[in-house]
Design a protein around this ligand. Structure first.
Ligand code: SF4
Ligand code: SF4
Length: 177
């Protein structure tokens, strides 16, 4: 959950074949109670929005430093962003010509997220697939995750949750049949 208390989505990966049966859409939520050193999605461990930098696609033009209103990108370039000074305004993201910078962490109302995921329902239906809720840790936002899962189930979509297991089992109930 973000510092404003809203669940954030880091990414939605469509046409996934690795996170359950069939063709799936995987929702990567931000926020996890653990900090495992081997984490596969470290950009999802913090709950709040983040500015991401990809060194491999950076062409070193320094346009990002020129537009930053907070001077958060100094002589050492975007690999050494001053995170305390950065306000996540997104100006550098808009200016970057190579897509090396991105802001991750988007809030979707549950219904909007479900509508987005349902666009691929024909692929789920024809492949025995569905939606996998992942992260981060989707049970950190238990009520939101449950609402999304319930709406998907009502629409006839197979739902899986990928979890680190660190959640309150007493709150995790089977839905009524
Ligand atoms: S998001 Fe805004 S404040 Fe942060 S580094 Fe980019 S331009 Fe500067
Ligand atoms: S604007 Fe983009 S490509 Fe240019 S230095 Fe900054 S991050 Fe690298």
């Amino acid at each position: 959950m973000s510092e404003r208390g809203r669940p954030l989505v880091a990414d939605i990966k469509r046409n996934s074949l690795d996170d359950g049966p069939g063709i799936r859409s995987v929702v990567f939520f931000k926020g996890c109670p653990l900090r495992c050193v081997w984490c596969h999605n470290p950009e999802c461990t913090a709950a709040g929005p983040e500015l991401m930098f990809n060194q491999e696609t950076c062409i070193g033009c320094k346009s990002c430093a020129e537009v930053c209103p907070e001077n958060a990108i100094g002589e050492d370039g975007p690999a050494a962003i001053d995170r305390k000074a950065c306000t996540l305004c997104g100006d550098c993201v808009d200016e970057c010509p190579s897509g090396a910078l991105s802001l991750i962490g988007i809030y979707y109302p549950a219904g909007e997220l479900v509508d987005t995921l349902l666009r691929d329902k024909p692929f789920y239906d024809n492949s025995g697939g569905g939606v996998t809720l992942s992260g981060g840790e989707p049970t950190v936002i238990m009520d939101y995750t449950a609402e999304v899962a319930r709406k998907l189930k009502e629409a006839g979509v197979h739902v899986l949750i990928e979890t680190c297991g660190d959640f309150d089992w007493a709150r995790f109930r089977k839905p009524p049949r």
